[in-house]
Design a protein around this ligand. Structure first.
Ligand code: MN
Ligand code: MN
Length: 362
């Protein structure tokens, strides 16, 4: 039978997907749809900017090593500006919080204020820009408490479980947007010719088991016992208690690590360590850990501090850092078990206690 190509199922755009999701929600107005459209537009604009590389800086700006670092900083600020300008006018937001801003950004007059709060990391993994490795943007939408007209920092300090929606854009060989509205996780690929995100990865699910782990091993001497034990056992491979070999990955870009986990499984660790007790962990709770945690859990994975599910943590301040480990459910549960078991004391695994590759000599 000859098929008419125009009769095959239409590709679904992100806008169409959001509107359909909106129709399923009770009492929904179109406001949220419009907000998401603006967020996606910001990501398209940043995708375009990042795609220019050092050419984005200035004509002839592809100069010395110094200019490279300058490009990175400038791109962070430009991406931040794009997020603010693209989202401030629509009337759906009361305020925004960005990695690049010390304080919340209130919606300026004459724009109307709305019921939602937007938090974002406009350019994640930006140290990768110099070497042309994937970067991304991360965002999360919260509800503004009723009756609050001028939100302060305190209004943003909501546990991740209260997120209305979260997502990230990844600017790689192709640009993708990955989104959860609390009903699964869906991936969209940017069709550059028509300028639309197309649904290409519906209902992403993270495999329960994995044999890939990712951690910055140069910090091994600061790790807590539970993390040492987990990594030592992975490294021991077939000859160790796990009885299988593992692969290691490390991109040093949260968005890129997350994307790999969603598509292939695995576990990523940014653990708290012993360097600075006042600032445990490297990643920021509000605009990195919470949105990624929401996505991971919605895809059937697990997102943890090692001690508690990240989405249950009540933030103390806007730019709070926290330990974060996430990915395939059973691996993260194992990590949590190790934290419960042995984090109070040095673990005493006779096989690896002395010989572990990442162990400091006693
Ligand atoms: Mn970041
Ligand atoms: Mn950033």
């Amino acid at each position: 039978m000859i098929r008419d190509p125009d009769m095959s199922p239409r590709e679904k755009t992100l806008t169409e997907f959001i509107i359909e999701e909106q129709r399923k929600a009770q009492g929904a107005t179109g406001g949220f749809t419009a907000l998401l459209n603006d967020i996606c537009l910001a990501c398209k604009r940043i995708s375009y900017l990042v795609g220019k590389g050092v050419l984005a800086d200035s004509p002839g700006g592809a100069g010395s090593g110094n200019a490279q670092g300058g490009t990175q900083t400038k791109l962070n600020l430009r991406a931040n500006g794009i997020f603010l300008r693209t989202n401030e006018w629509g009337g759906h937001l009361a305020a925004m919080v960005s990695e690049e801003l010390e304080q919340p950004y209130g919606i300026p007059s004459p724009y109307p204020r709305g019921r939602y709060l937007l938090v974002f990391d406009p350019l994640d993994g930006s140290s990768n820009l110099d070497v042309n490795v994937s970067v991304g943007s991360i965002f999360s939408v919260l509800r503004c408490v009723d009756g609050v007209d001028e939100p302060t920092a305190a209004d943003f300090l909501q546990p991740g479980a209260q997120q209305v929606c979260a997502g990230y854009a990844i600017y790689g060989a192709s640009t993708m947007l990955v989104l959860t509205l609390g009903r699964g996780v869906h991936g969209f690929t940017l069709d550059r010719e028509i300028g639309e995100f197309i649904l290409t990865h519906a209902s992403l699910r993270i495999p329960d088991d994995t044999s890939e782990f990712a951690i910055n091993a140069s910090n091994a001497r600061f790790w807590e016992p539970a993390v040492r034990r987990y990594v030592d056992e992975c490294l021991a491979g077939k000859t160790g208690p796990r009885d299988k070999d593992f692969n290691m990955r490390w991109i040093a870009s949260l968005v890129a690590e997350t994307h790999r986990i969603l598509l292939r499984g695995g576990v990523v660790m940014y653990p708290r360590d012993s360097r600075n007790p006042a600032s445990p962990g490297r990643l920021r709770l509000l605009y990195e850990v919470n949105p990624i945690g929401f996505i991971i859990e919605q895809a059937g994975g697990r997102a943890s501090t090692g001690f508690t599910p990240v989405l249950a943590v009540k933030p103390d301040h806007l730019h709070q850092r926290i330990g974060f480990m996430f990915g395939s459910r059973r691996e993260v549960e194992r990590l949590e078990q190790y934290h419960r078991d042995s984090n109070q004391r040095e673990y005493d695994a006779p096989l690896f206690g002395v010989r572990g590759l990442f162990r400091e000599p006693a």
